[in-house]
Ligand binder design. Structure first.
Ligand SMILES: NC(=O)c1ccc[n+]([C@@H]2O[C@H](COP(=O)([O-])OP(=O)(O)OC[C@H]3O[C@@H](n4cnc5c(N)ncnc54)[C@H](OP(=O)(O)O)[C@@H]3O)[C@@H](O)[C@H]2O)c1
Length: 244
């Protein structure tokens, strides 16, 4: 088939890749033939992750996107890098109205991406690689419950566009995906509350919460030759939520 994506020979690093959306993206990259390094912040997530998939084995590394030393130590363990997926993220919801929690969330979700991009720039410039940033529906909407998360994901769109503009000269493409409501541990508490779960579900035009795998295909596309002229874009993967 002319349009089969073949990422063989490519190396991808996925932050927060031991769980949820990151793990699904890493698994899809393996299926497309890439080598995958999935990173986790916590020992618990590392220990719980099964790196073996039907299509190959992920390399697991510990990496905290808020810590330059941790990033350097992880990058020293990999050679070439073609694809960086900035997927690591956190939310503290109403606690984010307090400045220290607001700052924590910005430090992870926005500055963590800036840190990773800066540290990976030399490797990505060598391969003329690409970056995918995982944004959110809160890149489009305001949230009355999570101001730090919303500010971080809105800022991430500006960072994506800026890096796309700045690093085009290195041949590096930078794009973002905005997942809708996806069933992962980040949304577990919401899903356990039947009223919230159903309220969200009924507002999604396609009528169902998304699965982590639903996000992965767009990530594969953005790394593929089919997207070779796509940079600075934000692509919603949300069952129509942002269109309604
Ligand atoms: N689920 C949704 O509905 C949804 C919607 C839109 C966007 N997103 C975004 O999708 C991304 C993945 O989230 P998810 O839903 O798959 O939830 P998840 O399973 O909780 O994944 C979040 C990942 O980020 C990692 N992480 C948090 N802080 C980190 C740090 N300082 N350094 C390195 N890694 C860190 C976590 O590692 P530990 O487990 O070790 O803490 C975890 O693996 C996030 O950016 C999230 O904002 C999710």
């Amino acid at each position: 088939m002319a349009w089969t994506v073949d990422l063989s020979g490519k190396v991808a690093l996925v932050t927060g890749g031991a769980t949820g959306i990151g793990y699904a993206i890493g698994s899809a990259f393996l299926e497309a033939g890439a080598a995958v390094v999935a990173t986790a912040r916590s020992d618990a997530s590392l220990a719980a992750c099964n790196p073996e998939t039907e299509y190959g084995t992920m390399q697991l590394l510990k990496l905290d996107v808020t810590n330059d030393i941790s990033i350097d130590a992880a990058l020293e363990q990999i050679g070439r890098l073609d694809i960086l997926v900035n997927n690591a993220g956190m939310v503290k919801r109403a606690l984010e109205f307090q400045s220290e929690n607001f700052a924590d969330v910005i430090n992870t979700n926005l500055m963590g991406v800036q840190r990773m991009a800066q540290h990976c720039l030399p490797k990505l410039a060598l391969t003329r690689g690409c970056i995918i940033n995982v944004a959110s529906m809160w890149s489009y909407f305001g949230s009355r419950t999570a101001p730090g998360y919303t500010a971080s994901k809105t800022g991430l769109v500006g960072l994506t566009r800026s890096l796309a503009h700045a690093w085009a000269e290195h041949g590096i493409r930078v794009n973002a995906i905005a997942p809708g409501w996806i069933a992962t541990k980040m949304t577990q508490a919401l899903r356990e509350d039947q009223e919230q779960y159903e309220g969200i579900r009924s507002r999604i035009p396609m009528g169902e919460w998304g699965r982590p795998e639903d996000v992965a295909g767009t990530a594969v596309f953005l790394c593929s030759p089919a997207a070779s002229y796509v940079t600075g874009a934000l692509i919603p993967v949300d069952g129509g939520y942002s269109a309604a």
